[in-house]
Design a protein around this ligand. Sequence first.
Ligand code: PEP
Length: 255
Amino acid sequence: MPIRHPIIAGNWKMNKTIREAQDYAARLLGLLGEITEIDVVVCAPFTALSTLKDELEESVIHIGAQDMSFASNGAYTGEISADMLVDTACTYVIIGHSERREILRETDDDIAKKVKAALKAGLTPILCVGENLAQREERKAFAVVRSQVEKDLTELAPADLKRVVIAYEPIWAIGTGKSATSADAQEMCTMIRSTLAGIAGAVADEVNILYGGSVNADTIAELMAQPDVDGALVGGASLDPEGFAQLVLKAVTAL
Ligand code: PEP
């Protein structure tokens, strides 16, 4: 029995109206409604979550958000709490995406608080980590990612840590069409797993580690074949339901 169940999560980013989300969900359900080999997650903007709840709550396809507040309620204008996400049938939430780290200046401290709040509410956080191009060229990629993992998962008990999903997303590969090689992805995911083992021991083997960065239907099989890559976080290639379904089905054949 494999210790980790693979995950493929689509990140729509700031795309799709409610009507488009409804149409997408119906089409995806028609294509992947029977899938059990992989957990498929659709991470949508907040405005589409309630619609996805109506369309997908009873199905095998999971609903995810793209961010949440570290606070549970109160005077945080514009924020959305973990409980509000649970209310829309979300079971996953992306935390610390590089676009939020870079554009919105989210810090590791903010991200660590969000991970804890997500776990407390029963959500599965998809924690994004990854280096930028300058850091890779200066051979600092491992140190950067190790530090993010350690800071963002600080003080978590092993039982909580094993509920976290980590997405290794090199920033230079996101939305650029320039993916890391499967060997590079494997190497970094192995380093992440050994960092987790240093924090929490044997539960590191139970943590799902995904790769993200210009993944498409042509590259997914090779990535899935890597022993420490347990799936993918997919941006652009998740926007079209037929294309995303094809990517998921190719991943299944590579298991
Ligand atoms: C992402 O948004 O997390 C991502 C990996 O995007 P893309 O697949 O478009 O590179």
